[in-house]
Design a protein around this ligand. Structure first.
Ligand SMILES: Cc1ncc(COP(=O)(O)O)c(C=O)c1O
Length: 364
């Protein structure tokens, strides 16, 4: 089937670009003796997680128990849940998961860790635990400070939990390549401090997990980091391109849309709005626009309704016609895929695969 025969809107994955992205980072990690544990919240597709593991990923990362369940259902074994888990319902599902997969959870407090330990002991399962530290993103993570030592040591010593080291998430290291250089220097001051604190306290840091997509190929520069968890890199998106960490030629996922109205002058309306592309703003520059329009120089996705994408044609090199197919690279690929039941694999313009987004909507 040629992709133009698909109904729209639809998500297309250029399989060659995706495989190149997966292989390239796997090779980089091999060269630098870094473990790779891709964050699969980007695609939520077990078959793609298997592709990553097949290329040498040590295991996978997920954000939610529901995502972990979808991955374990498909046979993925070594799963890190890089998200604070609280509440009895989640913990009983966690225990059930730990019976059938090798599970690690990231925690940043004893209040979170203790019930996980109690659940593991009561249910007779072993669960791995990692302590998360904040290196500047200011979302989750203990402060890198002597005051955190007591908490980390207590987490490490909780019964029925297996110590699996430390985690950081450098979500603040994006921007442009040159700005990242300075940010990495500052990050290294914090990581050096973290390493010194852990060594002085005798806390095993032989696993120190970090990494994101913008800084993926600088991962070897981060002090003490032994593992990285990039997710977006498998597809890349407009954010990654604006961060100078990829080019549009490295973007594997596009939203196939159709021009459904040309009645308003200076505009083309496509059948992909916020319920198809996601309304996430660009993370850089003027934050304007909702994606990159392929093969249509000067056309801007200036606004989104729920089901309509508003293309501004003021600077268009050529005018799209009613019924034309238009492919858009989303600003943020992870939130885009999460809106879709399936994606299509594309090779030489032919559909060669179809994958269900098994983890979509699994926010619990
Ligand atoms: C904890 C954690 N690790 C890793 C990642 C992956 O980073 P990226 O989206 O830059 O690939 C994320 C992304 O949000 C994250 O929250």
């Amino acid at each position: 089937v040629h992709f133009s025969d698909l109904d729209t809107p639809a998500l297309l994955i250029d399989v060659d670009i995706m495989e190149r992205n997966v292989c390239r980072l796997a090779e980089y990690c091999r060269q630098h003796s870094l473990q790779l544990r891709p964050h699969t919240k980007t695609h939520k597709i077990p078959e793609l997680a298997q592709l990553q593991v097949g290329h040498g990923a040590a295991g996978i990362t997920v954000a939610k128990v529901g995502e972990a369940e979808a991955m374990a259902d498909a046979g993925l074994h070594d799963i890190l849940i890089a998200y604070p888990l609280l509440g009895e319902k989640k913990l009983s599902r966690l225990a059930a998961l730990a019976r059938r997969a090798h599970i690690t959870v990231a925690v940043d407090s004893l209040v979170t860790a203790r019930p996980i330990s109690e659940t593991a002991r009561r249910e007779g399962v072993s669960i791995g635990v990692r302590a998360e530290f904040d290196t500047g993103f200011r979302r989750c993570g203990l402060p890198i400070d002597p005051s955190s030592i007591e908490t980390v040591a207590a987490i490490r010593d909780l019964p029925a939990l297996e110590w699996r080291g430390l985690q950081v998430y450098p979500g603040h290291i994006m921007h442009t390549a040159s700005e990242r250089n300075g940010l990495i220097d500052r990050e290294n001051e914090r990581l050096t401090r973290l390493v010194e604190l852990m060594d002085a306290a005798g806390i095993d840091r032989s696993i120190l997990s970090g990494g994101n997509t913008p800084a993926a190929y600088q991962a070897h520069r981060f002090v003490g980091v032994t593992e990285i968890r990039p997710g977006t890199y498998i597809f890349n998106d407009k954010n990654t391109v604006c961060a100078e960490a990829a080019t549009y030629a490295d973007c594997a996922l596009t939203v196939l849309t159709r021009v459904v109205s040309r009645s308003v002058s200076g505009k083309a309306i496509v059948d992909a709005g916020s319920k198809t592309l996601s309304a996430d703003l660009l993370l850089s520059g003027n934050r304007q626009g909702y994606g990159h329009v392929m093969d249509h120089e000067g056309v801007v996705v200036e606004d989104l309704s729920e089901e309509h994408g508003h293309l501004d044609l003021a600077r268009a090199a050529r005018q799209p016609r009613l019924g034309d197919l238009i492919r858009i690279i989303p600003n943020h690929v992870c939130t885009c895929i999460n809106l879709h039941d399936r994606v299509y694999g594309l090779r030489n313009e032919q559909i060669v695969n179809e994958w269900a987004v098994a983890g979509r909507g699994k926010v619990q």
